[in-house]
Design a protein around this ligand. Structure first.
Ligand code: SER
Length: 322
């Protein structure tokens, strides 16, 4: 069956690259981008775009009907650090958008839903090493509370109403096209930009804070792969653990120094340190690998190579040097 896909939050860090990849697979006009604001030129010019507030049921329904949408990827969310500053707003955005999209599937207006969970669904009482798929989950951040609650709503809609919803617990996602905003793992993106632009970086996490991370290409592939998998292979209807690599600020800095020897890092941990401390360090994603064939391509070395090359190229282009 041919799909018509709506991406809500298409201009964000993951949404931007996910939209472009889906457009290459399903065709530009079958992938409708939407966000509360306009995105980059490439995204805006490559296919249909609608301004939509992720919490506005009527607006979303209108777009779904207009294009006869069959699948929704709900990528709009407030991330961990910003959510600590606006708890109520974060809860409202993260939860009401999910429930309204799940309802569209329950009412059979759409067939399939993708919704991202996060390593933030775990908490300080979860095992930090090889964190299993099923374990104690007592998150201590607003963002994490919204993710664990959202996971259970997904599972509930699947069990009770047969809704085909699929989800992944993303680690920190690293990309060069669109920067993340308001997350705790954002340092691992900023560090590459600062390394190239200023040769130094002040990190808001301590040097030995180990967190699970992933390069954007792997995250986008995983997202599309889980959505394309046979429904019977998706055995977990909360959200799948997903992993590629784990590293500390000290380790990423050492990797950058192999390319930029004069690079300097300093540490000034702030309130985000407590958030990071509450999360796992290394995730066990064997169930995703077993159930739907997940496999990652990038490790710290290959990702660093890609990040530095692409940022340099992009900055040169902006400066008109190319
Ligand atoms: N990258 C997210 C954050 O830091 C975690 O899912 O908030």
């Amino acid at each position: 069956m041919s799909e018509t896909i709506l991406i809500i939050g298409a201009c964000g860090q993951i949404g931007t690259e996910l939209t472009q990849k889906l457009r290459t697979i399903y065709g530009n006009n079958s992938v409708i981008a939407s966000d509360i604001r306009e995105g980059n030129e490439e995204l805006m010019e490559s296919g249909p775009f609608e301004i939509v507030d992720a919490t506005d049921r009527e607006a979303i329904l209108k777009v779904v009907n207009k294009y006869k949408v069959t699948q929704v990827y709900l990528m709009a969310a407030m991330l961990s650090a910003t959510a600590e500053k606006h708890p109520q707003k974060a809860w409202d955005l993260n939860m009401s958008s999910l429930l309204l999209v799940l309802d569209l599937a329950k009412d059979k207006i759409i067939n399939q839903v993708y919704w991202p969970s996060s390593i933030a669904a775990f908490g300080p009482t979860s095992p930090k090493q090889n964190t299993p798929q099923q374990t104690i989950m007592e998150p201590t951040t607003v963002y994490g509370i919204s993710k664990i609650s959202g996971e259970h709503w997904c599972n509930y809609y699947h069990q009770k109403y047969g809704v085909d919803v699929r989800s992944i617990r993303y680690p920190g996602i690293i990309s060069w096209k669109t920067k993340p905003g308001g997350g705790t793992t954002d340092y691992a993106v900023d560090i590459y930009f600062k390394a190239i632009e200023e040769g130094k970086y002040e990190c808001f996490l301590s040097e030995d804070t180990c967190l699970p991370m992933m390069y954007m290409d792997d995250a986008v592939n995983a997202t599309i792969q889980i959505m394309q998998a046979d429904s019977k292979d998706i055995k977990t209807r909360t959200a799948y653990n997903l992993a590629a690599m784990s590293f500390t600020p000290n380790q990423i800095a050492s990797e950058i120094k192999k390319h930029i020897p004069e690079f300097e890092i300093s540490y000034e941990p702030d309130f985000r340190q407590a958030i990071a401390n509450s999360w796992p360090q290394v995730i066990d994603d064997s169930e995703a690998r077993k159930d739907w064939g997940w496999n990652h391509d990038y490790d710290l070395a290959s990702m660093t190579n890609e990040m530095l090359q692409n940022i340099k190229h992009k900055n040169n282009e902006l400066l008109g040097l190319l």
